[in-house]
Design a protein around this ligand. Structure first.
Ligand code: FAD
Length: 330
């Protein structure tokens, strides 16, 4: 990895007014800018020279975005909350233990101390052909994500295709948040708005988020689930720390209905639901949801594990998660 970053201006606004003035100045001056929160995803991109902003705007000075609070039956999580704080917060551990567990599965203690939940749901899609040092990248033709004309995973891909780049979605917290029906609060030039987290994600590995340029996520909101709901997250990695998910499976069970959310397998997260009334029995329902999840998985050779192994572990993780939920309930 090249450790010398290209020059850029650095700003750390302390208010939304200052932030929006900076964004507007950059836009008027035609200067490319990027936001950083904990910086654990974006700084490696600057160091490996896959991102070259003229201006890096840290959100770290916006102290109002670092909080976790309960309002009625909702939990509001400020986007600057670190993954360490999320994993160890009493409200999250009491009401959303699966989210605390998923946050704890990210990277390593050092990274979780800096990494934020906003950055985690926004973490860039990854592929072995782009997420490596410049010297290694130069060993093959530049791919679409490096402004080139090939995809080394899908050789037949060409510009104009619906999905240009197969870099995969890797956030560890997104599956549980999606299963909880999370909404995000967004602030931008057009003011504040709310949207479903599910609507944030797009199908291409390069252009993979639906935010407008200059939008920031200020908070994530989750309804506290009813007592008959339980969730679980399983992650496949070679090592116990530092590895992105080769496969991540979240499962939710509510009153017999089952939902599954996937990460690490496609350009966006997968989300599937099945309810008992639509099937003859519980096993048929689980077989159906496993088949849907396997269909969705695009396991290219871009990971430590063989592609077939990753795919075959999807139903294993779904059943393992459900077993755990059922055992914990009884
Ligand atoms: C060695 C290593 C291992 C890792 N392992 C994992 C892993 O196992 N699982 C995993 O999920 N991730 C992993 N990561 C990636 C990263 O550390 C986490 O995803 C982290 O949560 C990113 O948060 P951050 O605050 O550091 O994001 P940043 O690097 O600051 O930002 C990431 C992206 O999100 C955008 N962004 C950040 N906050 C906001 C906001 N509030 N509004 C709008 N955009 C925003 C930034 O502009 C940037 O594009 C790993 C990283 C490293 C270096």
């Amino acid at each position: 990895m090249s450790l010398l970053m290209q020059d850029f201006d650095y700003h750390r606004p302390t208010s939304f007014e200052e932030l929006s003035a900076l964004v507007s100045d950059c836009q008027k001056g035609g200067r490319a800018f990027a936001f950083s929160a904990g910086g654990t995803d974006i700084i490696p991109q600057l160091k490996s020279d896959t991102l070259h902003p003229d201006c890096l705007i840290s959100l770290g000075g916006l102290k109002d975005l670092n909080h976790i609070e309960k309002r009625g039956n909702r939990l509001i999580i400020g986007s600057l909350t670190t993954l360490h704080d999320l994993a160890n917060n009493d409200l999250i551990r009491d009401y959303l233990p699966a989210l605390a567990h998923a946050a704890h599965k990210v990277a390593s203690p050092q990274i979780r101390n800096r990494a934020t939940i906003g950055g985690n749901i926004m973490v860039d899609n990854r592929c072995i052909y782009i997420n490596q040092s410049e010297i290694n990248r130069e060993c093959h033709a530049p791919c679409f994500k490096a402004d080139g004309d090939v995809c080394h995973l899908v050789k037949s891909a060409k510009r104009g295709d619906d999905i240009l780049c197969q870099a995969r979605f890797v956030s560890d917290t997104a599956p549980i948040l999606l299963l909880l029906g999370a909404r995000i609060a967004v602030m931008g030039a057009k003011g504040g708005r709310e949207m479903a987290l599910n609507d944030l994600y797009l199908r291409d590995g390069i252009d993979n988020r639906s935010l407008e340029v200059g939008d920031i996520i200020t908070a994530i909101e989750v309804d506290i689930p009813e007592d008959d709901t339980a969730l679980h997250y399983e992650k496949l990695t070679i090592r116990n720390a530092l590895d992105f998910p080769s496969l991540g499976v979240g499962v939710r069970m509510t009153d017999g209905a089952v939902s599954v959310a996937l990460t690490g397998l496609n350009t966006l997260p997968g989300l599937f639901h099945a309810k008992p009334g639509d099937f003859d029995n519980f096993d048929d329902m689980i077989d159906h949801v496993c088949a849907e999840a396997m269909d969705f998985a695009k396991t290219y050779n871009q990971d430590f594990f063989p592609r077939h192994y990753r795919k075959n572990m999807i139903p294993v993780f779904i059943r393992r998660g459900l077993d755990k939920i059922i055992k914990d309930k009884s």
